[in-house]
Design a protein around this ligand. Structure first.
Ligand code: ATP
Ligand code: MG
Length: 426
């Protein structure tokens, strides 16, 4: 059970400087007071809400903790690629440098690895000409990496660079690392704001209803499903099998299924299935319509695969490859029953995650980056910018790290998948 105290945001100290944005495009009325909250529960019955729980609302503060002219910012991108990383970098640069007048914004190379000076990857200063065109490219101009670095080494390095505004952009692992950095900074009594931007193409970060990259991924996935459908329809007993991202949660698979409207079976990590049920169900579909489209999230059906469990450099669970496993199982099953199926397998994961952000994600990136700059200059720290009830909010890292958001099979999205596919369950 969360309490209001859990959602309290840490501040580096009292704010005494008037924001320069007063005189710029954001007039005094657009400043957000610290006690403005976004309600945690948006739906309620009758009079049940007495003292509503709420996140601190993100946005520009009238008073700043830092004098922007004396600040040095650093941005780092970690983990897997996700559409929109370059948009975040570009918008952070424009907000910090252009609007607030922060003189130096450093790009840290290759994730947390770039914060270990022994590994020899010097940061580089961002400039107008560096960031001008980057939002038209996928990937991240800073590069990325997996694998841990010692928080003490990273804080030493941030200190030696004179950085006081630090922006880690990445998924759950990155935000865990950011929390350790913020704790180390606090232990040393340093004045460095740590404000994260959550990156999750799978949409599985808790307290962030939607993060950037997800809708771009869904729209690319929809295109691949449509191609798989064309392939499946053009062959007798054709099966189009598409593996999509979603290690712990099947949001991309579910949303792309609904968007495409061509999928007959959607398999996600949250809804276990057995081959004894799935294969005959595919058979019934093929007998009736002579083609089938199956979407499988990469984390689905892991209990069916005989593989050695392990962890990658960042400690993430290694998955067995469900795509080729299913392709083989379907092929073998229909050969055995004497009604062969032609399985066409699509694995578009790297293609999808490296596309540029679509318009919806570009808008979200602009908002996340803007709010991150406002929060850091106001001296707020150990938080990331979340999206809650369609409002930007400050989420303390201590409550979000280690939590994964999963689809709840009883809720609307999964019901819509079942209605769209007509599959009996899973
Ligand atoms: P993705 O969604 O692509 O997995 P991520 O941010 O979770 O993004 P990871 O590779 O898991 O990607 O982590 C990114 C960085 O954060 C890595 O450098 C990793 O070592 C570091 N990290 C991960 N977990 C921890 C942790 N528990 N403590 C400190 N650092 C961590
Ligand atoms: Mg991760």
């Amino acid at each position: 059970m969360l309490t209001q105290e859990d959602l309290r945001i840490t501040s580096l100290g009292p704010r005494k400087l008037l924001s320069p944005l007063r005189h710029l495009r954001e007039g005094p009325r657009s400043f957000v007071p610290d006690d403005r909250r976004v309600m945690y529960h948006i739906e309620y019955c009758g009079d049940e809400i007495v003292n509503p729980l709420g996140f601190e609302k993100a946005g520009p503060r009238e008073q700043l903790y830092f004098d922007p002219a004396e600040c040095r910012a650093a941005i780092v991108t970690c983990g897997g690629l996700c559409p929109g990383l370059n948009n975040i970098i570009r918008n952070l640069y424009y907000k910090l440098h252009g609007d607030y007048g922060v003189p130096t914004i450093l790009g840290i190379r290759n994730g947390y690895l770039g914060l270990n000076p022994e590994l020899g990857r010097e940061p580089f200063p961002l400039t107008d000409s560096v960031v001008e065109q980057i939002h038209h490219q996928g990937g991240t101009i800073l590069g990325t990496s997996r694998g841990p670095q010692d928080a003490r080494v990273m804080v030493d390095y941030l200190e030696s660079l004179g950085v006081n505004l630090f922006f880690p952009i990445g998924g759950d692992g990155t935000q865990k690392g950011a929390h350790l950095i913020a704790q180390e900074i606090e232990r040393r009594g340093l004045k460095i704001a740590v404000v994260g931007v959550p990156k999750t193409i799978d949409n599985d970060i808790k307290f962030c209803y939607r993060s950037f990259g997800y809708l771009s991924a869904v729209s690319e996935a929809e295109t691949v499903i449509d191609r798989a459908h064309v392939e499946a329809k053009s062959t007798p007993r054709g099966v189009g099998l598409v593996k999509l991202m979603g290690r712990e949660a099947g949001f991309i698979a579910a949303a792309a299924t609904i968007a495409s409207g061509e999928v007959n079976f959607t398999l996600i990590p949250e809804a276990p299935f057995s081959l004894d049920e799935l294969l005959p169900a595919i058979g019934r579909r093929l007998d009736k319509r002579d083609h089938a489209v199956i979407v499988v999230a990469e984390g689905a059906g892991q209990d069916l695969i005989d593989h050695e469990q392990g962890r990658d450099k960042s400690g993430n669970r290694k998955l067995g490859d469900i795509g080729p496993f299913l392709k083989q199982a379907i092929t073998d099953h229909f050969n055995e029953v004497g009604k062969p199926a032609a399985v066409k397998y699509f694995d578009p994961s790297y293609y999808i995650r490296s596309v540029q952000a679509n318009a919806a994600d570009s808008l979200l990136c602009e908002m996340f980056a803007r709010c991150a700059a406002h929060a850091a200059l106001a001296g707020k720290t150990d938080l990331f910018i979340g999206l809650w009830n369609n409002r930007p909010v400050h989420v303390p890292l201590r409550v979000s790290v280690g939590q994964v958001k999963r689809m709840e099979p009883a809720r609307d999205l999964w019901s819509a998948v079942l209605a769209t596919t007509g599959q009996e369950k899973w």
